[in-house]
Design a protein around this ligand. Structure first.
Ligand SMILES: Nc1ncnc2c1ncn2[C@@H]1O[C@H](COP(=O)(O)OP(=O)(O)O)[C@@H](O)[C@H]1O
Ligand SMILES: [Mg+2]
Length: 275
């Protein structure tokens, strides 16, 4: 199916967000990016709001200087026509993270609310040239993660089955009403994706039962802890792609199912885009 045919009527913006680092946000973000471009044939922008720039690094080899970056979205003289993204693979563009500029935002005058609102509305303007925008966010830089959540139609949050993971998930759910009231009333929490699950750990199964019995919105797909995920990261590919013998079928299935669940939850009609 060609891009023209599969183009969505309105761009869909999804942020990968939670309030705890290391749970798998960037891993999920990069798989959503690849799934949307490769499997759904959509035009994708990956917008990296994490000063660490992991999503940028996993999608580009080029150094991101002298180009636009997500920090530009906060500027009062932001110029949409001057945006210059990096081209990654077919159908994948990247608005990279620039560590220094994102960190410098903390020093910019203007107040959090004004800056976050400006960045999110500018990202929505940039999104109009794409079908899907996947936003990666950090956990400890509010200006950055709030802009990502505020701009997006929905957020998806990885969570690991331990006490800290669950606590982070509960905190995130508590934070969302405030984000909705301040920035985007229509923002939807698409759900938590259980990540790095170990079927042999009794505690993981117990915490998963506990989480499912609670009010936390947990998606059906459970992603296991697999070396294949880290191997795929080193070859800068999604888990379902790689030379013969390197692709783990179970990991591929889990990640593809997770992507379908997320796109369906945000309202993408998978049958319509030919998936
Ligand atoms: N299902 C998984 N199995 C194995 N390793 C994983 C899995 N999910 C994530 N990882 C690894 O865990 C680390 C943290 O994940 P990452 O996506 O960078 O988290 P975050 O962006 O939330 O900080 C990375 O090294 C990543 O490759
Ligand atoms: Mg990350």
């Amino acid at each position: 199916m060609s891009n023209e045919q599969s183009r969505l009527a309105n761009p869909v913006i999804i942020s990968c967000s939670n309030l705890k680092g290391g749970e798998g946000k960037t891993t999920i973000a990069r798989h959503l990016v690849h799934y949307a471009s490769e499997v759904l044939g959509l035009r994708v922008l990956a917008a990296d709001f994490d000063p660490q720039g992991n999503l940028t690094d996993s999608l580009t080899s080029e150094k991101a200087s002298a180009r636009s970056s997500t920090a530009d979205l906060y500027a009062d003289d932001f110029d949409l026509s001057g945006v210059s993204v990096l081209e990654s693979a077919t159908n994948i563009s990247v608005l990279p993270a620039n560590k220094k500029s994102l960190e410098a935002l903390a020093e910019v005058a203007g107040g959090r609310k004004a800056l976050v609102s400006r960045a999110s509305s500018n990202l929505r303007a940039v999104a109009k040239a794409y079908d899907v925008v996947i936003v990666d966010t950090p956990t400890n830089a509010p200006l950055c993660y709030l802009a990502g959540i505020a701009a997006s139609d929905g957020s998806v949050s990885p969570v690991q089955m331990d006490v800290y993971g669950l606590r982070g998930a509960t905190d995130f759910v508590k934070e969302l009403p405030r984000v909705r009231a301040t920035y985007n009333a229509r923002h939807k929490h698409l759900g938590f994706v259980v990540n790095r699950f170990n079927a042999r750990a009794k505690s993981h199964a117990e915490i998963l039962d506990q989480a499912r019995a609670s009010n936390l919105p947990i998606l059906d797909t459970v992603i296991r802890d697999r070396i294949a995920v880290q191997d795929a990261l080193s070859r800068a590919m999604p888990v379902w792609r790689g030379p013969r013998g390197t692709v783990n079928r179970n990991a591929s299935k889990e990640f593809k199912t997770m992507c379908r669940e997320v796109f369906a939850a945000v309202g993408v009609d998978l049958a319509k885009v030919g998936a």
